[in-house]
Design a protein around this ligand. Structure first.
Ligand code: ATP
Ligand code: MG
Length: 416
């Protein structure tokens, strides 16, 4: 099947032109082609993420070519033949055509080649092994990548079992691409191979596992792929705590229904136990960033208790106690776990209320406490906290005078 995606706008940006010109100046016209996500997504009329380039030039030649053109070359994976070009702060992964010679499922020993078909053979799925020239002419060495892409078939290049044994992370990539691009039933052979070899996933580097899982969770409709992942036992291997998908499915439904933005981290939160220590451990094991860990830990906290019938006052208290982000996360999680849609307006009301309110600053400082006669020291904080509790109980009353009165009463009542 021949096809042409035409010269895409992204092919004409000054950065892309500079990089491709540099490579062709060192090699020859046509020595470099676009490959992977940028070609696949253009073919499917979807926005592209990053631009990957394959070339017959060796890594040394790529580096020379880029230097010659004044483009920064970063050796991000020389042993795999990958150099990252940074043109105007935009990165491009440029990889020498290669074939995998041997592998232990972790790292491949590679040999460079001039043969595009050999390069296609070492790629994961047929829809990811389509190349595009600078004018948009497509090359499809497996003979089915274009067709599979359009039909939403995620099919391993070659024998699924063999390909997974070369790199176990391909199991997760399979579900990720299934979630993003799959249509209809998933490929039986691929599923069977993923199921048979899933145990080997447990020793894989946490960062790569987490990256694939997060990408999968960010798909617009990840439910069918997640269901398959659970059925094959793959989900249980990487996330043993993910016992059922009810809350996950419900959250995706709510997001779709309410036009909330897809939230992969919150989706992940539906799959982990409601226990802050456990959430921290899982984050650690997956080597998630501190920011993501903190968010997950805050999201699964149990106090204050979130219910759809919380009063506006309780909501304000909760926002003050844990912050808007955590409160919003917890409301959405509780909503997803409630399994009831009839109270939609109540949950929405809670969110609207929380978002429209920002906590006023507490009107007193330590200085006010000292002026009321409390000696400097730990007592100051204690008195301040006592008055703050009163202030919260009075719904964040905007009345400094009353706060001072209360402060005096508290200070008098305390023995110091
Ligand atoms: P995205 O749009 O998310 O960037 P992508 O298909 O470009 O998707 P990348 O991870 O950027 O995915 O990889 C680029 C290309 O490199 C893939 O399309 C595929 O051809 C090849 N590739 C990447 N990882 C693997 C792997 N583990 N095994 C085989 N081929 C791979
Ligand atoms: Mg890519």
């Amino acid at each position: 099947m021949t096809d042409n995606i035409g010269q895409q706008p992204w092919m004409k940006t000054p950065q892309v032109v500079a990089v491709m010109d540099a490579l062709e100046a060192r090699g020859f016209t046509g020595c470099a082609r676009f490959v992977g996500g940028c070609v696949r997504n253009s073919l499917l009329n979807r926005p592209i993420e990053d631009i990957d380039i394959a070339t017959t030039l060796t890594p040394d030649q790529i580096t020379e070519a880029l230097q010659e053109a004044g483009i920064r070359a970063v050796p991000t994976g020389v042993e795999h033949g990958t150099i990252t070009a940074v043109a105007d702060s935009q990165p491009f992964e440029i990889t020498t055509l290669r074939r995998d010679v041997s592998t232990d499922g972790r790292r491949a020993v590679v040999a460079f080649t001039q043969d595009w078909t050999e390069d296609a053979q070492r790629r994961d799925f047929t829809l990811n092994a389509v190349y595009a020239d600078r004018d948009g002419t497509l090359f499809d060495p497996t003979g089915r990548g274009i067709e599979d892409g359009k039909a939403g078939r995620i099919v391993f290049v070659g024998d699924a079992m063999t390909r997974i044994r070369e790199d176990y992370l391909r199991i997760l990539r399979f579900f990720r691409f299934q979630a993003w691009y799959g249509k209809g039933d998933a490929d039986e052979k691929a599923l069977a191979a993923c199921k048979a070899l899933k145990e080997s996933l447990s020793g894989r580097p946490a960062e790569r596992t987490a990256k694939e899982l997060t990408k999968l969770l960010a798909a617009e409709e990840p439910r069918p792929a997640m269901a398959l992942m659970a059925q094959t036992g793959v989900l249980g291997t990487i996330l043993p705590c993910a016992k059922d998908l009810a809350a996950f499915n419900q959250l995706v439904e709510i997001e779709t229904d309410q036009l909330f933005e897809n939230d992969p981290i919150l989706r992940l939160a539906t799959l982990i136990p409601e226990d802050q220590v456990g959430a921290a451990q899982i984050s650690e094991r997956l080597r998630l960033s501190n920011e993501v860990r903190d968010r997950l830990v805050a999201a699964v906290g149990k106090t204050p208790r979130i219910t759809s019938w919380m009063s506006p006052r309780e909501i304000r208290r909760a926002v003050y106690a844990i912050g808007l982000r955590a409160l919003t996360d917890r409301v959405k999680l509780a909503w997803a776990k409630s399994g009831r849609t009839s109270v939609t307006h109540q949950w929405r009301g809670l969110l609207a209320l929380a978002e429209s309110w920002s906590p006023p600053p507490f009107p007193l400082t330590g200085e006010d406490v000292i002026q009321s006669g409390v000696p400097k020291g730990p007592m100051v904080g204690q008195v301040l906290r006592e008055v703050e509790d009163w202030w919260i109980d009075h719904d964040f009353i905007d009345d400094k005078f009353s706060a001072i009165e209360k402060l005096k009463a508290v200070a008098q009542g305390m023995a110091y």
